[in-house]
Write a protein that binds this ligand. Structure first.
Ligand SMILES: *Cc1c(COP(=O)(O)O)cnc(C)c1O
Length: 416
């Protein structure tokens, strides 16, 4: 469900034509729909209404400050994976008691900042990290709230780069060793063991792997209780998939219900870390046609957005729908939609049927709200593009286009 629709033969975000925005901010740009984000957040939250829960949006999916502010104003917490993301969340006023800190490689400085900010908990991924957190907490004379991330060795059946719950992945503590780690953590004077955490991957399109993981976690919590270890929070991560093409992921309502049912009767707060399911279909990337080019093998539509703006197609061979912003009848052409970057891997879509497009006309790459801007780079000395938020019939630039001066501001010209 999203609010990107054609009105008067022009693709609109809510009540604003994307052509209007392009005239104002130039191309390429990302545009997000407020009502879509709100709806996704509400549906997700609603699905958990029968359990004590906290929704911690996964900041890495899209970390724009205006977006974080919106989510926070609706009661959302945040899942952060770096000191930078932690600062973003704090900057927009997220209640620290709604912030969880995940990731395999937290530095001592990041841990110190998290402890000083009094966040809800750190999701710990190794024995060495437990020791470092204990040491950092001792120095600050506090007790660090921790939850241990377990790796259930379950195949999320998604792209190998975004599978995280297999033993060959770098994430979490192997299940067999988790009990020892809990008993170890309990003995540390400056750790307060409050939770358990499990995130098995991203863009999951079936409930099966979630169910297996939650069942394993539940059994493990019961084991912990036998050792008189009582936890308060079960963090089940994110990972719920969306429809990019023909996937049919479970509806959040079904997902919420199945998990709540498994966990029923346990006196615990459930934490979720959704990213893609909130933002994925709430944003599109708008780009302008630069050239049409034919070779004996292919037709290329060369546009002004590239892999530095949206890397998912190049990185994961991900499919994202591409459409013309002017609704066009008539014959279609098979094209590869490519950017200006000097790499053959620089494409947004391959072998797509599109109406005949002329120089200056606009396309939209759909489902670009998550892992779009947040994964963008300056490769080829291209400034990162603006981000725009539409709400009803108004739009707001929530990030300006990067200038050349922005790009070189930390560089020094030294004569050698
Ligand atoms: C990336 C990530 C998420 C969000 O995943 P989505 O698939 O976007 O929902 C949640 N938790 C952790 C620990 C992550 O690394």
């Amino acid at each position: 469900m999203n609010y990107f629709n054609y009105k008067n033969s022009e693709l609109c975000a809510e009540d604003v034509s994307l052509k209007t925005i392009a005239k104002e901010v130039g191309t390429p740009f990302y545009v997000y729909s407020y009502q879509t984000i709100k709806r996704h957040f509400d549906v997700f939250t609603q699905s958990l209404k029968n359990s004590s829960h906290l929704v911690c949006y996964s900041v890495k999916a899209n970390s724009n400050l205006s977006l974080l502010k919106m989510l926070s104003s609706w009661g959302g917490g945040m899942d952060v994976v770096s000191g930078g993301e932690l600062k973003r969340a704090l900057k927009v006023g997220v209640d620290p008691h709604k912030i969880v800190f995940s990731g395999v490689g937290k530095t001592k400085e990041e841990i110190g900042e998290a402890l000083k900010s009094e966040i809800l908990m750190l999701n710990v991924e190794s024995r060495e990290e437990l020791d470092l957190i204990n040491a950092a907490a001792r120095e600050l004379h506090v007790k660090a709230p921790v939850s241990l991330r377990v790796n259930p060795d379950i195949d999320a059946r998604t792209h190998p780069h975004i599978t995280t719950g297999l033993y060959k992945n770098k994430f979490g503590l192997p299940f067999e060793r988790a009990l020892d780690e809990y008993l170890y953590a309990r003995k540390q004077l400056h750790l307060n063991v409050v939770g358990i955490d499990c995130h098995i991957g991203s863009q999951l399109t079936e409930l099966g792997p979630f169910i297996s993981a939650v069942q394993k976690v539940k059994e493990f919590i019961q084991t912990l209780e036998k050792y008189d270890l009582h936890i308060e929070y079960v963090d089940l991560g994110g990972g719920l998939g969306i429809t990019y093409n023909e996937e049919t992921p479970p509806h959040p309502e079904e997902y919420g219900k199945v998990i709540s049912d498994i966990m029923k009767g346990m006196k615990l707060t459930l934490i979720f870390e959704p990213g893609r399911v909130i933002m994925g279909n709430a944003g599109v990337l708008v780009s302008q046609v630069l050239y049409n080019k034919q070779t004996p093998a292919k037709n290329f539509l060369i546009v002004d957005a590239a892999m530095n703006d949206l890397i998912r197609p190049s990185l994961y061979n991900a499919y994202q729908q591409i459409v013309s912003i002017d609704k066009k009848e008539g014959d279609q052409l098979q094209v590869d939609v490519v950017g200006p970057i000097c790499e053959s891997g620089d494409y947004l879509g391959k072998e797509r049927m599109l109406p005949r497009m002329k120089k200056g006309e606009l396309i939209a790459v759909m489902s670009s709200g998550a892992y779009g801007f947040s994964m963008s780079s300056n490769y080829n000395t291209r400034g990162r593009v603006p981000e725009v938020m539409v709400k009803n019939d108004k739009f707001y630039v929530i990030r300006e286009r990067e200038s050349f001066d922005d790009l070189i501001k930390n560089e020094k010209i030294i004569e050698l």
